[in-house]
Every structure is written in C-alpha cells, then in structure tokens.
Write a protein that binds this ligand. Structure first.
Ligand code: WAQ
Ligand code: MG
Length: 260
C-alpha cells in the first residue's frame, strides 16, 4: 500500500491537509482528488502545495471504527459543556481541560492553526516537540465498504452533507484512540464554517458535538490527552503505524454517560 499525503499553505501558514492509504492502482486518482481539495479550500487559496507518495513498509493494522455518538448540543455553550463533561468523565483534570479549550479557542500557534496536534499530559504540559507544527497522525484510511456503511448511517440521521469531515475525523480519532497512552482527544475544525467537533476515546467512542465554535471562526485544532507515554515512541506510532478502518461500529444518539 501507499501513503498519499497532501498539505497546503499560504504565506507559510497552514490551510489544509488530507491523506489516503491506497493500492498502487489508486495512486493517480488520489493524487488528483487531493490536489483538487488543496486548491479549493474554504480557508483560502494556497501558494504552496505538497503532495507525497510513499510506500508503506510495515504491515497495515485493520481496526473497527469507534462508534459515533451524536450529542444534541444546540449552541457553543452547550457544546463546550458537553466536551468538558466528557473529558472529566474520562479522568482528565479540570485545569488541563480548560487549557486545551483555550488553546483551541485562541489558535494554538500564536493565534494561528497548527498543521498537527497538541499532545498534553495529565499535568497540562505540552509534549509535542514543535509547537508551531504539532504532531500529524498519518498513514490511515477507511475501506470503501466501511465508508459506505458510514454514508448510509449518516444519511439516516440527515447528516449526509458532513460525510467527508466525519469520515476523515473518525479515521483519525480511531487510530489515535487505539494507541497506548491516549486517554482522549478533543477536536474542532479550523475551517471557518465548520462548527462541529468531537471528544473521542476508546471508552466513550466518538462523541460528535455539532457546535464547538461560532460560525466564521477560523481557529481550531486537536489535543491528544496522554498518560504515561514514551514521547518518541508515541509520536512514532501516531505518525507511522499504518491503520485501515475496515468496519463501521454504528451511530446512535447520546443520552448520558451511564449508557456509554
Ligand atoms: N494529525 C494531527 N492533527 C491534525 C491532523 C492530523 N492528521 N489534521 C488536522 N489536524 C489538526 C490541525 O491542527 C488542524 O488545524 C485541526 O486539527 C483541524 O483540522 O462532523 O475538519 O481538518 O463529526 O479542519 C471534526 C468534526 C472536523 C467532524 C475536524 O479538522 C464531524 C476537521 P481539520
Ligand atoms: Mg481544516
């Protein structure tokens, strides 16, 4: 298999990134579609696009996706509360949660988006070696069959128009949650008109929250909350361990934490 990755910048600033894990026959199509994505992004027109194609040498690990749990928060305040409560339920100290929320709210890299994620330990320390770039999870994708199951479930909930964002986020969250040392992930998009985000973990699944920021806000990002990790070993797995999601674990409404 091959890892095909795209990232786009403007004036040295992150615009967008995406990636696929494909067979040799699919390389050309995926390069073309990722190039199209880079050139038509709501964060702006890039002046630098990098596309890379790399053979994946280590064996690919197949995983079932996290289940998708739909939270019904009706505005940003309810959404942030839902995120806070979920992270507390997972044992993350309140001051770490507060720090993570304000980093994403204010743009984690001097008011700008990062290309990758913040890694935060249970003392609130940031462990990613490069605070401007962050750590990018790569070498992951979903099979056509599992993506088809996701499409069907989303359309049953009236969420078809969010398919691409949900698919890519669910793949990333499933991979990150599967790596030893991950306690939880908090994410919302840096795309200004995409207000949804999630809290994910192996224990809770992917809790999708429709409002984590106001429409028009281009700040966002990701925080991987970790405990007891060896930093280089953890980053190596996030970046290099190839993961293919081959089953979709279903979708349901959030009711309360007792039923998770
Ligand atoms: N690895 C680590 N961090 C990443 C990666 C990656 N591969 N890709 C993006 N990020 C970080 C980076 O800081 C971006 O600024 C931030 O995440 C947001 O990325 O409806 O669209 O691609 O259920 O804008 C979540 C909700 C959407 C989906 C997330 O993220 C839903 C989204 P974006
Ligand atoms: Mg984005």
């Amino acid at each position: 298999m091959y890892s095909v990755r795209m990232r786009a910048e403007k004036g040295g600033r992150h615009i967008s990134g995406a990636e696929r894990l494909v067979s040799e026959e699919e390389i050309q199509d995926s390069v073309q579609s990722l190039t199209g994505r880079a050139l038509s992004h709501e964060r702006g027109k890039p002046d630098f696009v990098n596309i890379s194609v790399e053979a994946v040498k280590s064996p690919v690990k197949n995983l079932a996706s996290l289940p998708v749990i739909l939270h019904n928060a009706g505005n940003v305040m309810e959404g942030r509360n839902a995120a806070r409560r979920t992270l507390e339920f997972l044992g993350i100290p309140g001051f770490c949660i507060q720090k993570a929320l304000s980093l994403l709210e204010n743009g984690p890299s001097d008011g700008q988006s990062m290309r990758g994620a913040i890694i935060m330990d249970m003392q609130g320390n940031r462990l990613e070696p490069d605070r401007e770039r962050g750590v990018r999870a790569t070498r992951m994708d979903i099979t056509e069959k599992a993506a088809g199951e996701l499409t069907k479930s989303l359309s049953g909930k009236g969420l078809s128009s969010y398919f691409t964002h949900v698919k890519e986020a669910l793949v990333l969250a499933t991979k990150v949650a599967s790596i030893d040392g991950t306690v939880a992930e908090l994410c919302w998009s840096d795309d200004p008109y995409y207000t949804a985000g999630y809290v994910a973990s192996g224990r809770t699944g992917y809790i999708r929250i429709p409002y984590l920021k106001e429409n028009g806000d281009s700040n966002g990002g990701r925080v991987f909350f970790v405990d007891n990790i060896n930093i280089p070993g953890y980053i190596n797995e996030i970046e290099n361990k190839p993961v293919l999601i081959d089953r979709f674990a279903g979708i349901r409404e959030f009711t309360d934490f007792h039923t998770i």
